[in-house]
Write a protein that binds this ligand. Structure first.
Ligand SMILES: [Mg+2]
Length: 422
């Protein structure tokens, strides 16, 4: 598992949802923006200007004081637009590396191993190209491990003097940077763990890097803790393409060993990714408000190329395997085209909210699906993971939702395309 000569970049979009809205509202550059959850309940994302006004993630909209609201521009979450723009950003990022891993709706790891180039310059080029082609600002962190690339990205975002690119891969003085980052901001270190570390006076990433293996093994739960510490030391333990869970968004995808040429083959793959993703949602007691399905052919083969993705906003947040499978298979049918050799398929769950924050409506999942999920989790725990298939049954149910502040679907609906007066 040890591999000392790797180089990874993590590219992360800055305030992604708000940046998407700004593409079509250039007048809101440098202005405070907040994005609201389904039914306009809570703040799910915001710009740094909004943060400075005291707006916080998860805060109910109605609780924001009136004078703050006056200064704030709010949007209902427009997941189909965010999904579409995410897909464009990811496509551009894929051009910069032979291997990439879409990590969440707005983050991608790139493998830059063995490239004999100035990596900081390369990072700047990535930023420029993404900004120019999509309008989205990104930050780039580079390191010898994924954990260090994440950490570099964190610094690039927090400190303006780096202009959005931090390369720790060749820096002799890397400890100086590790000392800038609190343990709670390290990839894979949760709130509970960071509290434990802080009690032991391990405050920064640098402190953790130099903590003894013995102590880590005894206190941080074996392999996972060790892996993080080794990664901080520059030893790559987490390869590209693993399937991580985050509360920000869940991605499940895989490159096929052999290309897949049939709809039924892709359905099988997508169904199994959904069962993995839905199970993760339930495990962390959350539900998703949007679902993206994507398929692509192999860019590096001289074959006909096709590459598409589609995002669906669910009528209510759900973690039901049955419901999500049904949506996903329908989405897949919409973008699938015959005659191509598919190399990769994936799903992305977004707009993830804690179960406790779900505002139940008329369309709350019925008890049957909840019972099925409990049975699924119990059976799967006992007998191992298996894929579930449901019959497809139309997702064009136009359930209306309250979305007062929604921006037009500029990029996915011709009737709402941006008009420019010349
Ligand atoms: Mg981001």
């Amino acid at each position: 598992m040890e591999n000392k000569n790797k180089i990874f970049a993590l590219v992360d979009c800055n305030s992604f949802y708000a940046s998407c809205e700004r593409i079509f509202r250039p007048d809101l550059r440098d202005k405070p923006i907040a994005i609201l959850s389904n039914n306009d309940g809570c703040i799910v994302a915001m710009t740094k200007e909004a943060k400075e006004l005291g707006v916080t993630r998860g805060e109910p909209y109605f609780k924001i004081p009136a004078d703050t609201r006056k200064k704030l521009t709010v949007f209902s979450s427009n997941y189909s637009m965010y999904g579409d723009i995410s897909h464009r950003v990811m496509d551009i990022l894929a051009e910069f590396s032979p291997e990439s891993e879409i990590y969440s709706i707005d983050e991608s790891f790139l493998d830059l191993t063995g490239m004999n180039i100035d990596l900081t310059e390369y990072g700047k080029e990535i930023r420029k190209k993404v900004k120019w082609s999509t309008g989205i600002p990104v930050s780039v962190g580079i390191g010898k491990t994924k954990t260090l690339a994440k950490l570099a990205n964190h610094i690039a975002k927090k400190r303006e003097k780096f202009n959005g690119v931090v390369d720790l891969s060749s820096d002799e003085n890397i400890d100086k940077y590790l000392a800038m980052v609190k343990v709670s901001s390290i990839w894979g270190v949760g709130r509970k763990l960071s509290a434990k570390l802080e009690r032991k006076n391990i405050i920064t990433a640098k402190d953790l890097k130099y903590t003894s293996d013995g102590w880590i093994q005894r206190n941080l739960g074996g392999v996972t803790g060790m892996r993080t510490v080794w990664e901080l030391r520059g030893i790559s333990c987490i390869p590209l393409d693993t399937i991580p869970a985050l509360n920000k968004g869940i991605v499940s995808s895989r490159s096929f060993g052999k290309s897949v040429e049939t709809l039924s083959g892709l359905k099988e793959a997508v169904s199994s990714y959904i069962s993995i993703g839905a199970k993760k949602l339930r495990k962390q007691k959350t539900a998703a408000s949007a679902l993206t399905v994507y398929i692509k052919t192999n860019r590096f083969k001289d074959e006909p190329q096709y590459n598409n993705s589609i995002t669906y906003k669910t009528p209510y947040p759900t973690s039901s395997t049955i419901e999500l499978t049904e949506y996903a298979l329908n989405l897949l049918e919409r973008i699938y085209k015959d005659g191509y050799k598919y190399k990769k398929a994936g799903i992305m769950l977004d707009g993830i909210v804690p179960n406790t924050a779900i505002q139940y409506s008329l369309f709350t999942p019925d008890k049957f699906n909840a019972d099925v999920d409990i049975a699924l989790d119990t059976v799967n725990k006992k007998w191992g993971r298996n894929a579930l298939f449901t019959a497809s049954s139309g997702i064009n149910r136009k359930w209306s939702m309250r979305r007062e502040f929604v921006s037009p679907r500029y990029t996915t609906n011709w009737n709402e395309i941006l008009k420019i007066r010349i």
